[in-house]
Design a protein around this ligand. Structure first.
Ligand code: NAD
Ligand code: DAU
Length: 347
């Protein structure tokens, strides 16, 4: 099988590419990525010379390039992760999110449909999406696969739109597809614009920890390798035209999570207890900030036997240890443009 993974140089994509390359030597894994600020081939150093792996640099928004790629290489499956993924950036520049997340997805759908010429035997288009499409929960309840879409940020609106396009290609053209909607991931190779890696980096450098609003916002955290394992399972065993929710059964209020992070960092950095917590600073809230996300992952558990394998305490320790022993990676991704970004968003 020839499998195309888009966005494979990013955070989740690199974990998925590694897993697929290592677990399926009989497949050829093509990683298509245009290496935006979030894409980094250093994430894949350990597998880059594998015989069943090939990197292709290119933009999913470029229709001509995508059509040409699909006519040159005969893909059996597409696992689509390439996206603009940061909510705060979507508030600054919504159009970039429409281009990549909506138009990029439609380009891939068209190319798949046209190259497969309605011969869909053993073909699959897998769209990796987010729980943010469901909007915000109040204090109670969980997102199920039947929760109506109600996106609140330009990022989640663009992901919701791409989900609808995928579904529409299934209904209109019979394209075999599957969609998954996952909660917040964390782990190694996470770009330090997102809460956990940003705060680890700031604690290391004794910089303030900018908690939005009152810090009472709640997220459901999942270790990234558990997400990659879920994607692998759904790609191989998920039912056609179905959606699967993926989550960690692991809700944390931001402020409680940040305090736990500070406690572990004090221990790892040999600092006095309570030292990192002093860096916490409450700052202006994110506009349209969703109060709470939490996933009901019963369907994937009952149909495919998936459940998270890493506890939050184990996952956080692993993640922090990884950042502390990969200072060079962290330095590379926080130099150059990152400094400008940080100044613009947090000054
Ligand atoms: P990321 O920002 O770390 O990586 C995105 C990757 O896509 C990068 O390698 C980037 O270079 C690439 N890319 C961006 N625009 C491109 C384009 N036009 N053409 C080709 N490549 C392009 O994102 P992530 O956190 O790894 O998320 C991956 C996917 O999973 C996204 O679709 C996201 O919506 C979804 N998701 C993320 C989370 C999370 O917590 N991070 C949770 C659920 C779902
Ligand atoms: O739920 C899945 C989504 O999780 C993915 O689809 C997104 O791609 C991913 O970025 C993530 O979105 P969030 O907005 O939840 O993640 P982020 O790390 O940006 O923020 C987590 C929480 O922390 C959120 O309530 C906002 C808050 N926060 C974030 C940053 C960056 C702060 O308080 N301060 C910050 O500096």
């Amino acid at each position: 099988m020839n499998i195309l993974i888009t966005g494979g140089a990013g955070f989740i994509g690199s974990h998925l590419v590694r897993r697929m390359v290592q677990n399926y030597p009989e497949y050829t894994i093509y990683n298509l990525d245009n290496l935006t600020y979030a894409g980094n081939l250093e994430n894949l150093k350990d597998i880059e010379s594998s015989l069943n792996y090939e990197f292709v640099k290119g933009d999913i928004v470029d229709e001509g390039f995508i059509n040409d790629l699909f006519s040159r290489l005969d893909f059996d499956g597409v696992i689509h992760l390439a996206a603009e993924s940061h909510v705060d950036r979507s508030i600054e520049d919504p159009l970039e999110f429409v281009r990549t997340n909506v138009i990029g997805t439609v380009n891939l759908l068209n190319a798949s449909k046209n190259s497969w010429k309605e011969n869909y035997y053993r073909k699959k288009f897998y769209h990796v999406s987010t729980d943010e499409v469901y909007g915000s929960l109040g204090q109670d309840g969980l997102f199920t696969e039947k929760t109506p879409y109600n996106p609140n940020s330009p990022y989640s609106a663009s992901k919701a739109s791409s989900d609808h396009f995928v579904r529409s290609y299934g209904k209109t053209y019979g394209l075999p597809f599957v969609i998954s909607n996952c909660s917040n991931n964390y782990g190694p190779y996470h770009f330090p614009e997102k809460l956990i890696p940003l705060f680890i980096n700031n604690i290391i450098h004794n910089k303030s920890l900018p908690v939005y609003g009152d810090g009472k916002y709640t997220r459901d955290w999942l270790y990234v390798e558990d997400h990659a394992r879920a994607i692998d399972l759904i790609f191989h065993k998920g039912r056609n035209q179905e959606t699967y929710n993926i989550g960690g059964f692991n809700e944390w209020q931001n402020i409680e999570l940040v305090k736990l992070l500070c406690e572990i960092m004090d221990r790892k950095l040999d600092r006095e207890k309570g030292e990192s917590e002093k860096l916490i600073t409450y700052v202006k809230d994110r506009p349209g900030h969703d109060l709470r996300y939490a996933i009901d992952a019963t369907k994937i558990n009952q149909e495919l036997g998936w459940k998270p394998s890493v506890t939050f305490e184990q996952g956080l320790e692993k993640t922090i240890d990884w950042y502390l022993s990969n200072a060079v990676w962290l330095d590379h991704v926080t130099s150059g443009d990152y400094k400008e970004y940080y100044k613009k968003m947090y000054s």
